[in-house]
Ligand binder design. Structure first.
Ligand code: SPV
Ligand code: MG
Length: 291
């Protein structure tokens, strides 16, 4: 899985990672054909009922990631936030994530607790050398050299300029990052495309076009972007679907108009591979116990 993610990120063509936050969302993404997943901190914490400011513990993150990896059998890049502390926490969490099935981790250059990049204006950046220590510690700790370490730049989120982002990107690459994620919350992709042009793919670039979603994907392809992360859309799709079904059932006190609108139980059983269990029972259970 680590090799698969590495090839994904280093491929010449544009790659895509779909958000997953639990086993069900992961298996749906795999079933429709995505080849890699983003274990989103925002989405995982939201589904657990926590705010995306490190309210969820790192063990809760690791547990969620294990279910995502098991259910999808796909390479998973994990949103490791800022690493849950200093270099020591970052290497501990990353190592556990690797042990539990993650193919890579993305660490952002903020402190602990971090706040979701789209919330408020207080996004203090980590000091460059200290963050480099976090990256190097992760690199030195994980024995699988294929494990992908992504350094996420929050300079533009914090209101710093492109020059600062480029200085930081150079330092993070030097410290051992395999790839760079440049984040922006502007509605257009100008600063992302400018970054890509000046960075000249010294390391592959990942982006998260949640706010600049109107930019045609072709522009990112032309700019030599490595990977697009569709960062939270399974979680948000489930919010709208659950809101609608709850409202309708509450109002109509009936399932008559609902049944055709929701996934059939057959689809659920299919996603969870109930047929495989029947086959295994036929193979392993003594015949007298088979019924
Ligand atoms: C996440 O999906 O948790 C991310 C991306 O980190 S964002 O929410 O855009 O910061
Ligand atoms: Mg996040």
């Amino acid at each position: 899985m680590t090799t698969a993610l590495r090839q994904f990120v280093y491929a010449n063509e544009l790659s895509f990672l779909m958000e997953a936050h639990d086993a069900l969302s992961a298996s749906i993404a795999a079933k429709v054909g995505f080849k890699g997943l983003w274990a989103s901190g925002l989405s995982i914490s939201s589904t657990l009922g926590y705010r995306d400011t490190n309210e969820a513990s790192w063990t809760e993150l690791v547990d969620a990631v294990e279910r995502i990896a098991d259910a999808s059998n796909l390479p998973v890049l994990v949103d490791g936030d800022s690493g849950f502390g200093n270099f020591n926490n970052a290497r501990l969490v990353s190592h556990k994530l690797w042990r539990r099935g993650a193919a890579g981790v993305c660490l952002e250059d903020k402190g602990f607790p971090k706040m979701n990049s789209f919330v408020g204006d207080r996004h203090p950046l980590a000091e460059i050398k200290e963050f480099c220590g976090r990256l190097s510690a992760v690199k030195d700790t994980i024995p699988d050299r294929e494990f992908v370490l992504v350094a996420r730049l929050e300079a533009l989120i914090a209101g710093r300029d492109l020059d600062e982002a480029l200085v930081r990107a150079d330092a993070y690459a030097e410290a051992g990052a395999d790839a760079i994620l440049i984040h922006s919350r502007k509605a257009d992709a100008d600063e992302i495309l400018e970054f890509a042009q000046q960075w000249r793919n010294k390391k592959p670039v990942l982006i998260v076009p949640t706010k600049y979603y109107r930019t045609p994907t072709a522009q990112f392809r032309d700019a030599g972007i490595s990977t697009i992360i569709w960062a939270n859309h399974n979680m948000r799709a489930s919010v709208s679907a659950m809101r609608d079904v709850c409202s309708q059932i509450l109002e109509e006190e009936s399932l008559v108009n609902i049944e055709s609108e929701v996934a059939g139980l057959g689809e659920v059983f299919d996603l969870l591979r109930y047929a495989e269990l029947s086959e295994a029972e036929a193979k392993y259970l003594p015949k007298s116990h088979a019924s």
